[in-house]
Design a protein around this ligand. Structure first.
Ligand SMILES: O=C(O)CCC(=O)C(=O)O
Ligand SMILES: [Fe+2]
Length: 230
C-alpha cells in the first residue's frame, strides 16, 4: 500500500502546506468493502448523530478494537512514516515532545493518560449534510497528523462535499483550502497546528478541517486518527 507512496514529495507537501493529497492509496475493492460494512453494527463502539452535537449534519461511527485488519495496517504504516516528520515539527516549534517509532508505543502513552478508546471512524453524509470545521483532539496526548480516505467517488456517487481546511494564521486573515479526492485517495493533514516559517523562525499555524455541504448523493469517508480518546 504505502510502498508505492513517494514519501519525499509527501513530506515536502506536509512541510510546505500542512497537508498532502495521496492518490490511489486503497483499491476500489477495499473502499467498497469498508463502505458496505457501514451498517454492520458489530464493528463499531458508538454512533454519532452530528446534528445532535451541533457538529454539522450526517452520521459517523467509531470503530471498536480489534480494528478491521486493513484499518489496523493503514494506521500502523502511516504512523511509522509520519512519526519522523512529526518529530521534526516538534523541534522546529521548540516543543519538548518526541513521538516513538511505532504506533503501539504511542498507544501505550495514550493508555497511560486514560486515552483508551479507539478513534478511527467512518462518516456518512447525504444530501444537505456537512461537517463543521473542527479539530480531533481527544486528550493531552495527540499526534500532529491524521488521514482521511475517500471511499466514494466525487461527481459520481455525490456532488459537493469537498474536504475543507482552514488555516488560522496568527494576526493575519485565515486561508481556506478545498480538496476533492477521488475514490481511493487519501489526505494527510495537520491535526492541531503546524510550523510555518516566518522572518524570525518557525511559528504555529493552527488548522481546522471539515466538509462542505453535500449537494446530491451519498459520501462515505474513513478517518484515521492515531491517538486514542479519553
Ligand atoms: O468526511 C471527511 O472527509 C472528514 C472527516 C473528518 O472529519 C475526519 O476524518 O476527521
Ligand atoms: Fe475530523
Amino acid at each position: 500500500m504505502l510502498e508505492k507512496m513517494n514519501t519525499d514529495s509527501m513530506a515536502r507537501s506536509l512541510n510546505e502546506n500542512g497537508y498532502a493529497l495521496l492518490t490511489n492509496v486503497v483499491t476500489d475493492e477495499i473502499c467498497n468493502e469498508l463502505a458496505q460494512n457501514y451498517d454492520d453494527s458489530t464493528l463499531y463502539r458508538s454512533v454519532i448523530n452530528m446534528k445532535r452535537y451541533q457538529f454539522g449534519s450526517g452520521e459517523y461511527k467509531y470503530f471498536k478494537y480489534p480494528l478491521p485488519q486493513i484499518i489496523e495496517q493503514l494506521r500502523q504504516q502511516f504512523y511509522e512514516v509520519l512519526a519522523p516528520i512529526a518529530n521534526e515539527w516538534m523541534i522546529k516549534l521548540g516543543i519538548d515532545k518526541h513521538f516513538p517509532p511505532t504506533l503501539g508505543e504511542l498507544l501505550n502513552e495514550c493508555h497511560q493518560n486514560d486515552q483508551n478508546r479507539p478513534t478511527p471512524l467512518i462518516l456518512k453524509y447525504e444530501k444537505g449534510d456537512w461537517n463543521a470545521l473542527h479539530q480531533d483532539l481527544y486528550g493531552e496526548v495527540y499526534f500532529p497528523f491524521q488521514v482521511v480516505f475517500f471511499l466514494s467517488q466525487a461527481n459520481v456517487d455525490y456532488t459537493g462535499g469537498e474536504f475543507l481546511m482552514l488555516e488560522n494564521r496568527p494576526r493575519m486573515q485565515s486561508k481556506g483550502i478545498v480538496l476533492q479526492g477521488n475514490k481511493g485517495d487519501a489526505v494527510i493533514f495537520t491535526t492541531n497546528f503546524r510550523p510555518t516559517l516566518g522572518t524570525r523562525g518557525y511559528y504555529r499555524t493552527s488548522m481546522r478541517h471539515g466538509v462542505s455541504e453535500i449537494r446530491s448523493g451519498k459520501r462515505i469517508n474513513l478517518g484515521i486518527i492515531f491517538h486514542d480518546a479519553k
